[in-house]
Write a protein that binds this ligand. Structure first.
Ligand code: GRF
Length: 205
């Protein structure tokens, strides 16, 4: 990406990953800026964070559409308006269609070390399995659930007295740093995806 990369960030909740990106983008040398924040629901802190940062927002709920495809297509139309170089799904709790993913290079963060513990409960499942190390993964979204080509990963040790909340909070701290670092490098140096292999720095897009 030769100029400041345009990011559209999708959120469903507290938006601390979004906030980390907004904070990073305040530095002109970072190489990216958040041009819009989209959500699948109203009244969430993620949207409030965007509004406080004077970033345009949009939100469409699946329940307002007759079909899931209708919702997905409306989201794609809204995203398109902001001409993103990259879409970042940061705590966005909806799967996107292959049509959407074909139109926009979309990254997602997951609070586990993929391919372990995909799905909605990464920290809980890691804790229940008794692993000693878990972490977070940034990946290129594909048609599966947390299955796409891996961009970056960060390990986090599981403490003996961890519960799901304490473990997830520690993962999120590492996850935010990983996200900010990887998105900045992608913005400045580009990204190449060949099959399952992802390289930052080989300028492709
Ligand atoms: C993150 O851990 C993300 O990986 C998971 O939900 C959390 C979202 O946190 N899917 P936030 O909304 O960015 O604070």
């Amino acid at each position: 990406m030769d100029r400041t990369a345009r990011l559209v960030v999708l959120v469903s909740g507290s938006g601390t990953n979004l906030q980390a990106l907004l904070d990073a983008c305040a530095d002109p040398t970072y190489g990216a800026r958040v041009v819009a924040v989209g959500a699948d629901r109203e009244g969430i802190e993620g949207l409030a964070r965007a509004e406080r940062a004077c970033v345009p927002t949009f939100s469409r709920s699946v329940s307002d559409f007759e079909t899931r495809e209708g919702w997905d297509s409306a989201m794609a139309t809204l995203v398109e308006r902001f001409e993103p170089d990259l879409v970042v799904s940061a705590g966005f709790m909806k799967l996107l269609s292959t049509d959407f993913l074909g139109r926009f290079l979309t990254l997602n963060t997951h609070p586990a070390l993929c391919p372990a513990f995909p799905g909605m409960h990464g920290p809980r499942d890691a804790l229940e399995h008794g692993v000693k190390v878990t972490g977070a993964t940034l990946f290129v979204v594909d048609a599966g659930v947390d299955t796409g080509p891996i961009v970056a990963q960060v390990p986090v040790e599981v403490a003996e007295d961890d519960d799901v909340a304490s473990l997830h909070e520690r993962i999120k701290t590492a996850e935010r740093a990983m996200l900010v670092d990887a998105v900045g490098r992608i913005a400045r140096e580009g990204i190449t995806v060949e099959g399952r292999r992802v390289r930052i720095g080989g300028r492709d897009r």
